[in-house]
Write a protein that binds this ligand. Structure first.
Ligand code: ADP
Ligand code: MG
Ligand code: MG
Length: 875
């Protein structure tokens, strides 16, 4: 088997085998660009190395030696030859680029003899010794595992002693001395002398570079970017070119376009008389690429042309590493450049305008996940920041405000025009008004799909969850992070995109949907075969949804309408009522409010479809907290308060206890609630039809899609369907209006998915509620799972991803798939969609598209990225 490939031998598009760096070096060699010659050891060899227990097989070893001989013949130099030594770099390079995460060694082949040869050959002993000490430093760090600090500290001492400001001032003699001391450092810390045999150096380094696939940084980077751990890295061995030969040499990095703004201009930095790692390590401040035009006009011109050529060749913005040796340009690497969302969009749009690619390709160039960045306020990156703490980045965007610890207070202060940030140990639905009123929310407990996070994201509000280092003291109204105390009223700034919390106020930059962004999304819509709807519970969200290009509402939750503080008393008296009469009375009061809610949403949506989900959460969520009540009762008793007041509180407490469930998530909620108390859904359905009739009279078409939550047996839906139809009949009689409506259900329990054929006979549409379906399929309670073990699972690869963020296609996805298939078989005109958090996530969207769903629905702020993802799924 072939494990080693010369740059001019490798076939094209073998990224899997050669890694990104190797494949592109081979490609550039074939194009005829000035690439120092070399060869690539494949990722397959890396995997074989690990399988054999971190041993390079003799087969690979032989192929490496053979390739080395080819390289020696081609360059006319030999590894270890004292009169004409070959020096090489040994470079990592994985399939997915992980810049700087793995290891590379330069100037390999240097020893006490070859350094003399180099000095003589180049007539430049300073250069030779500088290269040698660089090699000792890198090799010791990468291969021998010595901290670079020992060497840097020694260098610093030397500079100080000699009164130098930078390394370039060190003479050949100085370097000779440094090298001696470097070797002593190696001997002291490794108990072995520095290996002088170049072959030994080579194979030790190859081992080390393979090993660097599993170093901490690389593992973390892979986890963050969902790069699988089994791919392995290739190793590139390449003859050295020297940017440290003098004033007519140098090294640098160039982007073919500005990666921050997307502007079409050469963007980069370089250093004269230096080697590659100097630019990134920041030992010296590099110069802007523009001044290269003065320093080396010919090289600059050639670099410009090469950049153009590479960008056209790869049809994407390139990030290029180059080195100039005695006035001659060499290209050492090219890869697709990482960029901000803003830049990504501008580059995609301009590349279409410049006829470099067509629209469909341009759409694939932008990552939907990145678009979030564009829709929220951002911290001015130019500003200096002092970080206080960090939690889970639950909802992106940045915000500044005064710290408050109470939802009611947040509401009061914000009505006075104050900007506040709500800090809570955790949040419950009772805090929603506080979240609404605040600029942002921070919790010290709970994960990224906690209630607070879901709500905050829905509103496009920044939110940080599970910030464990915050020690909140609600009594003294302050929180501590280690020794820092932040008091009620103090100003802080948070970045929901990174999960960071800062002290004080930091200036913000306004988000705006650029014209280019809108244009790109309009191209997306031309391709899309699946609708993107939004989850919206009120007219403000509905308006946002339309603005962001949603084609309708896929999930209008009705419980949030009950949480308004002015309605809560009525809602509570409905729940607490002892008799049917009492309950009906309370419901009669809620009816006009609910009807008004629907009217404004219908009007806002101007005929676009709306799926309304009837009441879903357990009733106790609308009641006061038991502990709070208990305290109140005790206080009243102590005060010898008015008997009737005490009795009332006690009564509420009794009811709260009665409604208490040991597992509310699996208790009396959703359609089960309506099976026991049909009058609640009757009121809601009546409100829907009354609102429909009124809005239709104003000339707006409304075709409500009424959705029954949490069905697990067809009989539940059968009964609810009857209820809705009856109410429609009744409303028709009362208003004289004919209604065009649909009745559907959420598919959010495994049983519903497994019996979807039976259920589909009673449903006009299915909406897969993948949040609950994930909970019930895994048997995880989301709120408990995220904080307690899910993070551990993901970090330790027990689960590839958090299933509440990206749909678990193997498990939950199977249920969704069978749900769609069974449903369609029984009811060919069944409409299907998804409305969980997953509806806005690109991989889940692809999955829904592959199943032939009609639409996905997500929070309004995710609609733009979902539109792009839906287009990408189609292409
Ligand atoms: P990373 O993946 O961390 O960027 P590289 O393998 O690209 O690591 O190496 C880092 C730098 O070392 C490169 O940017 C380049 O400037 C320099 N370098 C690598 N190989 C050579 C070489 N053969 N000749 C000269 N410089 C090199
Ligand atoms: Mg590089
Ligand atoms: Mg649900």
């Amino acid at each position: 088997k072939k494990f080693v490939f010369m740059f001019d031998q490798a076939g094209s598009s073998e990224k899997e085998l050669l890694g990104g760096k190797g494949a592109n070096l081979a490609e550039m060699t074939r194009i005829g660009l000035p690439v120092p010659y070399g060869f690539t050891i494949s990722t397959a060899a890396c995997n074989a190395y690990f399988e054999a227990g971190q041993v390079i097989s003799s087969q690979v070893e032989m192929q490496v030696i053979e390739a080395l001989q080819t390289l020696e013949a081609k360059t006319g130099k030999r590894l270890g030859d004292p009169t004409n030594p070959l020096l090489v770099s040994v470079r990592s390079g994985a399939v997915h680029s992980m810049p700087g995460m793995m290891d590379t060694v330069l100037n390999l082949g240097m020893n006490d003899e070859t350094v003399e040869g180099m000095a003589e050959l180049t007539n430049n002993s300073r250069f030779a010794y500088d290269s040698y000490r660089r090699f000792i430093q890198m090799f010791s760090n990468v291969v021998l595992g010595l901290d670079n600090y020992y060497f840097e500290r020694h260098l610093e001492d030397t500079r100080e002693e000699k009164g130098y400001h930078s390394d370039t001032e060190l003479t050949a003699e100085d370097w000779k001395q440094v090298i001696k001391e470097f070797k002593t450092i190696v001997l002291t810390y490794t108990k072995k002398s520095f290996p002088e045999d170049p072959r030994e150096q080579l194979f030790l380094t190859i081992n080390a570079v393979f090993d660097s696939w599993n170093n901490q940084r690389a593992v973390l980077y892979r986890r963050l970017h969902h790069i699988p751990g089994h791919l392995g890295t290739a190793v590139n061995i390449q003859s050295m070119v020297f940017g440290n030969m003098g004033e007519d040499s140098g090294t640098g990095v160039a982007f073919t376009r500005n990666p921050s703004t997307g502007e079409s201009e050469l963007y980069g930095e370089y250093l004269i008389n230096a080697q590659g790692e100097d630019v990134v390590a920041g030992i010296r401040t590099p110069q802007p690429i523009a001044s290269l035009e003065q320093d080396m006009p010919d090289v600059y011109q050639q670099l410009l042309e090469t950049c153009q050529l590479l960008e056209n060749h790869y049809q994407d913005m390139q990030d290029i590493e180059f080195t100039v040796e005695s006035g001659k340009l060499f290209i050492l690497q090219t890869r697709t450049g990482k960029r901000t969302a803003q830049a990504a969009i501008r580059i995609a749009v301009e590349m279409v305008r410049e006829n470099i690619m067509d629209k469909r390709h341009a759409l694939l160039r932008v990552d939907p996940d990145q678009l979030d960045q564009l829709l929220h306020h951002r911290i001015d990156p130019e500003h200096n920041l002092t970080k206080l703490a960090a939690g889970l980045p639950a909802s992106p965007g940045a915000a500044t405000g005064q710290v408050v610890f109470d939802a009611d207070e947040a509401e009061v202060l914000s009505k006075d025009g104050k900007k506040v940030i709500l800090v809570r140990p955790e949040t419950t639905p009772e805090d929603i008004h506080g979240i609404v009123a605040s600029q942002a929310t921070i919790t010290s407990r709970g994960g990224m799909t906690s209630h607070a996070a879901v709500v905050a994201r829905g509103m496009g509000k920044a939110c940080i969850c599970g910030c464990e280092s915050l020690k909140i003291n609600l009594d003294s109204k302050q929180f501590n992070v280690e020794s820092t105390t932040v008091k009620h009223g103090d100003t802080i700034t948070i970045d929901g995109t990174t999960g960071e919390i800062f002290l004080g106020e930091i200036p913000m930059i306004e988000p705006e949907l650029s014209d280019e962004f809108k244009l790109l999304l309009s191209w997306a819509d031309e391709e899309t075969k699946m609708g993107v709807r939004a989850n919206a519970d009120n007219s403000v969200d509905a308006q946002k949804a339309l603005e962001f290009g949603a084609v309708g509402i896929g999930l209008c939750r009705t419980e949030h309408m009950f949480m308004d503080s002015s309605r809560i008393p009525t809602v509570q008296s409905m729940i607490l009522s002892e008799t049917m009469e009492e309950r009906k009375e309370a419901l009669d009061k809620l009816l006009p409010m609910q009807q008004q809610d629907f009217e404004t949403i219908f009007e806002t949506m101007q005929g676009h479809p709306i799926t309304i989900r009837l009441l879903d959460p357990p009733l106790h969520e609308f009641l006061p907290d038991k502990e709070d009540l208990l305290i109140e009762v005790t206080k009243l008793q102590m005060k010898n308060a008015d008997a009737s007041e005490l009795q009332e509180k006690q009564n509420i407490l009794r009811k709260v206890r009665l409604l208490e469930e040991s597992n509310p998530m699996l208790g009396l909620r959703g359609c089960r609630l309506a099976m026991i108390h049909p009058e609640i859904y009757e009121m809601q359905v009546k409100a829907i039809f009354n609102a429909t009739a009124n809005v239709m009279k104003r000339g707006i078409k409304v075709k409500p899609e009424i959705m029954i939550p949490l069905v697990s047996h067809v009989n539940e839906l059968k009964e609810m369907r009857q209820l809705v139809n009856q109410m429609a009949e009744q409303a028709k009689d009362e208003t004289g209006q004919e209604f065009d409506y649909q009745i559907g259900t959420m598919i959010e329990t495994p049983r519903a998915a497994l019996t979807a054929d039976q259920i589909a006979e009673k449903a006009d549409f299915f909406s897969f509620g993948t949040n609950d379906l994930t909970q019930t399929t895994f048997g995880y309670s989301r709120d408990d799972a995220e904080g307690k073990f899910l993070q551990h699972y993901v970090e330790n690869n027990v689960l590839p991803r958090n299933p509440f963020v990206s749909l678990d296609q193997e498990g939950v996805g199977k249920l969704v798939e069978s749900g769609v298939e069974l449903g369609r078989k029984a009811n060919p005109v069944l409409k299907t969609g998804i409305c969980g958090e997953h509806g806005g996530e690109k991989e889940s969207i692809q999955f829904c598209f592959d199943l032939g769903m009609d639409y996905v629905s997500c929070s309004p702020f995710r609609v733009p990225s979902a539109r792009l993802a839906a287009a990408q799924a189609t292409i």
